[in-house]
Write a protein that binds this ligand. Structure first.
Ligand SMILES: *Cc1c(COP(=O)(O)O)cnc(C)c1O
Length: 235
């Protein structure tokens, strides 16, 4: 069942790449497993997926401790500064923090990275549609935040992350994805020290195919793989 879901997602990714003349190897699928039990993750792991995304630090840390050591974990949810230390202690298992949107949070990640003698890869989260309900820096302020964070040598900026609005027709988000891609190209052209723009984390269950057509290199897909989430159930 989950394997079937995964197969469909992988086929859709390949198809979207083909439409955009892109090589599917340019797009990493992050299976978003928040609230889902470890058995579900094991099943998808068994199908060859190694990148998993989680939103809550405590849940992420427990899963890191229980699941195979070669999983690349992605912290995709809003991150509180007082939780950063728990992630930094497991920096070897955490591929990327996608959700950095303030200098204060970056500073704390930098401190904890140094304590653990690591450099932590991050993305800067952009609130592309200026939605009140979402975290992320505005498009206008992204460059100056990135210039500030670039000075922190325990952190390495790898690109941008965004969550587009929850719309009925994913086509409505195409312009947002295009706008993030353009922002990344602009920032990249400035050749800022310690800043790469090789990762664009955008596209979720509802819109990952459109996001890929517009240049996403990392899609974060939960529901289409694991089914709907039940937040009342303890995973
Ligand atoms: C939950 C979540 C996802 C996955 O969403 P689906 O619609 O289930 O694919 C992706 N990104 C973030 C930041 C999330 O919180």
């Amino acid at each position: 069942m989950l394997a079937e879901n995964l197969k469909t997602v992988r086929e859709n990714i390949t198809e979207a790449c083909r439409r955009a003349n892109r090589d599917p190897s340019e797009v990493t699928l992050v299976a978003v497993s928040k609230t889902k039990p470890e058995a579900d993750i094991q099943e998808i792991y068994g199908q060859g997926v190694r990148d998993f995304g989680e939103n809550y630090v405590q849940e992420l840390v427990e899963k890191i401790d229980h699941l195979p050591g070669d999983i690349r974990w992605h912290m995709i949810g809003h991150l509180q500064r007082n939780k950063v230390k728990y992630l930094a202690r497991r920096a070897d298992s955490i591929a990327l923090i996608h959700s950095v949107d303030t200098y204060r949070l970056a500073e704390e990640i930098n401190i904890q990275a140094k304590k653990n003698k690591r450099i932590i890869d991050i993305l800067v989260e952009v609130n592309i549609a200026d939605e009140d309900s979402k975290f992320g820096i505005s498009r206008e302020d992204a460059l100056s935040l990135i210039q500030d964070i670039a000075g922190l040598d325990g952190i390495h900026i790898r690109g941008l992350m965004t969550s587009a609005p929850n719309v009925k027709n994913a086509e409505e988000n195409r312009a947002y994805f295009r706008s993030i891609k353009a922002l990344a190209v602009d920032i990249n052209s400035r050749n800022i020290d310690n800043v790469e723009m090789d990762i664009l984390s955008m596209g979720m269950t509802n819109d990952y195919q459109i996001a890929i057509e517009e240049g996403s290199t990392m899609v974060r897909v939960g529901t289409a793989i694991f089914g709907a989430r039940d937040y009342h159930r303890k995973s």
